[in-house]
Design a protein around this ligand. Sequence first.
Ligand SMILES: Nc1ncnc2c1ncn2[C@@H]1O[C@H](COP(=O)(O)OP(=O)(O)O)[C@@H](O)[C@H]1O
Ligand SMILES: [Mg+2]
Length: 264
Amino acid sequence: MFGMRGKKTNGNGRNSQENQPIIDLRGVSKHYQTSAGDFTALDGIDLTVEHGEFVAVIGKSGCGKSTLLNMITGIDHPSDGEVYVNDTAVHELNEGEIAKWRGTNIGIVFQFFQLLPTLTVIENVMLPMDFCKVIPAREREQRAMELLELVGIEEEAYKLPTALSGGQQQRVAIARSLANDPPLIVTDEPTGNLDSRTAERIFTLFKKLVAEGKTIIMVTHDNDLSDRVDRAVILADGQVIDYGYDRREREEAADYSELVATPA
Ligand SMILES: Nc1ncnc2c1ncn2[C@@H]1O[C@H](COP(=O)(O)OP(=O)(O)O)[C@@H](O)[C@H]1O
Ligand SMILES: [Mg+2]
């Protein structure tokens, strides 16, 4: 099996995965060898994300956002540090293990959808199920159709992706990311290629998924969206310069104050 971290005991004396962060990065660094020498893309990142959080990652172009997501998905390996996702030590998985693990644990949504052009929409959604074989074969087509209904695109199921608009293709990509019911969705600029109205529909869909219990970490350039998630983590030059907790605490304090009766 995949490398697991020693379970910590929570305050109730029980071991519970739900009480562990779903993402736990410890001292994660990433160095690239370039012709100009050693380049540090990530510099000692410590970051946790709890189950059910919707977290945005923001920062200037080149600050390391995509590299950070690649550490979480295991698309790339850290030079230093540890990456735990759902208690799996991702940095210890080898190439053979990682694709299978990723297929059932993480749904990935890219900026440019990355649907296979020769497969129909529903075949694209079934592909991760066929690869991971967790969903029984006889249930896959019906499940794919239900996911297409969830994202409101079931009428396009038997078309090729090229027949769809960008926003529709992104909804298919979201349905595909949910194929094996992963607890975590990782998405890099999912609305970066969409007009603002379409972007809003995609964001609303992510909100719905979080309300249903998914965890989402989303790189975005869109300040409007990053203001409307649970918290926004700010990266600069490969370091976290703001975890986004302060803003949330301020907002929660504001909400709380309204509930407390003011003494006469
Ligand atoms: N494979 C690579 N080789 C060398 N440098 C890279 C590589 N991938 C990314 N970088 C550099 O690392 C930095 C962070 O990249 P990236 O994570 O893509 O930034 P962001 O997504 O925030 O725009 C950039 O300066 C980029 O040029
Ligand atoms: Mg990027």
